[in-house]
Design a protein around this ligand. Structure first.
Ligand code: ZN
Ligand code: ZN
Ligand code: ZN
Length: 374
């Protein structure tokens, strides 16, 4: 796997070296990555989480090693990690894998632990490496993970198209007399049928529940005149995630909804139009807030404008006031303003990617208030 293919491969072999360099730059002697998005990002290995230690040890200088339970060796070798220039060491049920990691590292002053490592492992690694300061691996890995490669953008584009196909079916499921949970079950089945490996969430917020941004789906019965916030997503077999919100109306929406929905559409478009390299994350948030505040709904936009997305649904960069980091080509994130005045609410969410000269939407479904026939 030479450098020529780097742009087209989802998990290029060059990642191991890139994160080792980033660890050194961040003042870390090594990264210790347990199952989760960092490990998958670096090796392509989609390890399951368990109490048995799986740990990728990436010294800033030196050879990386993947420590795994012996009973999982076959699966590791069959994964993309098996094709890397990477030593893989199995440990037996009676071995101490933490001592094994410590022996491989020798004396180190600072290690970066994957952000989602279990406390069980954090504390055992602290005991095995008492002289090593523990930091978050994200100080080294976040910038790499945030700047998506062409192959990652293609994977996110496929995730976006898959969730668009689910949204296209939603109006047919929104019928008076059905519950939110009924609709969510249809949505979860469709998320899988349209190509995701897992259906991660299906928010169906109808009527007053639409004014609660993270309402999930409950036993409320849909009624004529409801607006319904539908925020759905899953993880594709590639590991990359989808996340898209549309707001629907069952029959003719109330006049106040039609009024603030137009404001919301303007806000989402303003934020989208603000995205280009060099612009700060917080200025995109401000762009979304502008039209909403000007129309008097500012107090009802109670969350940040967006979050990065990739191997996790929520990751860096966050599009929020106080984040002055400059956007770069390859940054992928949601643009999802909402207005929740009660007794209803609305949100529009697209995943976008910053391009060399602007921004590309990865969701193409109509952003109109979609009226499902009652
Ligand atoms: Zn959310
Ligand atoms: Zn969402
Ligand atoms: Zn989102």
């Amino acid at each position: 796997m030479g450098h020529a293919q780097e742009g087209t491969e989802l998990f290029p072999a060059s990642r191991l070296r890139a994160v080792a360099v980033a660890a050194g730059t961040a003042g870390l002697d090594a990264l210790l990555l347990t199952p989760g998005p960092d490990l998958r990002y670096v090796t392509g290995y989609n390890a399951h989480e368990s109490e048995r230690l799986t740990c990728l040890v990436v010294p800033a200088d030196g050879e990386p090693v993947l420590v795994v339970p012996r009973l999982e060796l076959r699966g590791v070798h069959a994964s993309p990690a098996g094709a890397l220039d990477l030593e893989i060491v199995g440990w037996d049920e009676t071995d101490d894998p933490y001592a094994l990691v410590a022996r491989r590292l020798g004396s180190v002053a600072a290690v970066g632990l994957s952000d989602r490592m279990w406390a069980l492992m954090v504390l055992r690694l602290r005991a095995a490496l008492p002289a090593a300061r523990q930091e978050l691996a994200s100080v080294a890995v976040r910038d790499l993970r945030a700047r998506k490669s062409a192959a990652e953008i293609e994977a996110l584009r496929a995730a976006g198209a898959a969730i668009d196909r689910v949204h296209a079916q939603v109006p047919g499921w929104l019928r008076p007399g059905r519950t939110e949970a009924d609709v969510a079950a249809d949505i979860r089945a469709a998320i899988l049928a349209e190509g995701h490996a897992t259906a991660d969430f299906a928010i169906v917020g109808s009527g007053p529940n639409g004014a609660s941004p993270h309402h999930t789906a409950a036993d409320r019965v849909l009624q004529r005149g409801d607006t319904v916030v539908v925020d759905i997503g899953g993880t594709m077999p590639t590991g990359y995630c989808s996340d898209c919100t549309r707001t629907y109306a069952i029959g003719t929406p109330p006049a106040d909804v039609a009024e603030y929905y137009q404001v919301l559409k303007d806000a989402q478009q303003a934020a989208f139009a603000a995205v280009r390299p060099g612009v700060t994350a917080e200025s995109v948030d401000a762009a979304a807030r502008g039209p909403i505040s000007a129309a008097g709904y500012g107090d009802y936009f109670v969350h940040r404008t967006g979050h990065g997305i990739g191997l996790e649904t929520h990751e860096d960069p966050y599009i929020v006031a106080g984040n002055s980091e400059a956007l770069q080509p390859g940054h992928a994130f949601s643009v999802e303003p909402g207005i929740y005045p009660g007794p209803s609410g609305a949100r529009i969410e697209d995943i976008v990617v910053c391009t060399p000269d602007g921004c590309e939407r990865l969701n193409q479904a109509s952003r109109e208030l979609i009226v499902a026939s009652a």
